[in-house]
Design a protein around this ligand. Sequence first.
Ligand SMILES: Nc1ncnc2c1ncn2[C@@H]1O[C@H](COP(=O)(O)OP(=O)(O)O)[C@@H](O)[C@H]1O
Ligand SMILES: [Mg+2]
Length: 386
Amino acid sequence: MVVSVPGNYPGFAFGDKICYEDTRDYEKILEIARAENIDGIVTTGTDVAVVTIGKVCDALGLPGLSFEAGKVATDKMLMKQNYEKHGVRTARYRRISLEEDSKENGAAEGNKDFQIIKRLEQELAGLQFPLIFKAVDTSGSRGIVKAENSSKFAEAYQRVRENTRKDYFIVEEFLEGEEFGAQSFVSQGKIQFILPHGDYVFQGDTGVPIGHWAPYELEQSVIEDAKEQLQKAVIAMGLDNCALNADFILSGGKPYVLEIGGRAGATCLAELVSLYYGYNYYEKIIQAALGLPVDFASQEANPNVGMLLRSEKTGSIRKIVNKNDREDKQIVEIQFDYQAGEQVQAFRVGPHRIGHVVVKADTLEEARAKMEEALGKIEIEVEEEH
Ligand SMILES: Nc1ncnc2c1ncn2[C@@H]1O[C@H](COP(=O)(O)OP(=O)(O)O)[C@@H](O)[C@H]1O
Ligand SMILES: [Mg+2]
């Protein structure tokens, strides 16, 4: 059974029963899960339903993360709090309350900013610039603002305020370094594997991932270190049975945990795991959600690259031409989410994707070259709206 709000979501094709509900409404979803007497519950690629999954797993005694862990995994403040308590390597941070500015009400705009700056300077004393302001309940870099110095505080504060539904946020030390992601799975509290990957990023209003590659070249000692941090982090968060989507920054030769989600990554990251290890990762995620024993070990390690197809314009698709050879063994998948005549958006964020391409090869270099070639043979013409 598939539960989701209506939309152009590929998961619907797999449900023998479909139910249109908001997956954030955990009381409602629990009611449905009870009525259906489900054996397991699972999501992928988004945090939207993670708390709900926790609620249902707790209530029905299903494998999967708990309600508490679901909340921690979707609140950057709770995450940091737990990391600090358990000694996970992560950027130092402070919790800051978003005040009603009652005192400043009626004050001139400049004066209000001055008061905010003064308060933040006090509360952030001891942290090193540059800093990064973060709404705790968002994703996709919404409400995340870097501040080089205190003159940016008022603006950053307002940006966070516009993007959060909470009455607090966090400020972290900004780590200079190299960002990378990792897919992983935790069973019975133990990390089963870690697959670091590189991310292609589109610079829109913020950086948006549009593709990934694996393996990400890191020294074995760094990978082991990242795995250790991940192991500590999942214990800190109480994640004991779920896929993991982790962000790291390699700073001063050491991996720091940025954040960890209790589900597999989006933009073809589950596909990347499947290809790399030569098995169906989705199948294993589902087996684990059903409480079946799952072995994530593999002898394979296939370099691969995945990339979203995007439109530069908003309008209707006039034609789609794909001149790639269907017999090409290095091309794993080319998927179009839309057909000619349908409306698409100029790409700004992940959901504006119009399809994807996945390729593999014996080496990462070859895979990269193949991706370029494959993209060159795809032509999507969009007639702009006026
Ligand atoms: N402490 C930090 N140091 C350096 N860069 C950071 C830090 N925190 C976040 N970032 C940057 O901001 C991006 C978004 O932050 P993140 O906490 O991952 O939130 P989101 O849920 O939006 O992905 C990160 O991918 C990274 O590029
Ligand atoms: Mg992130």
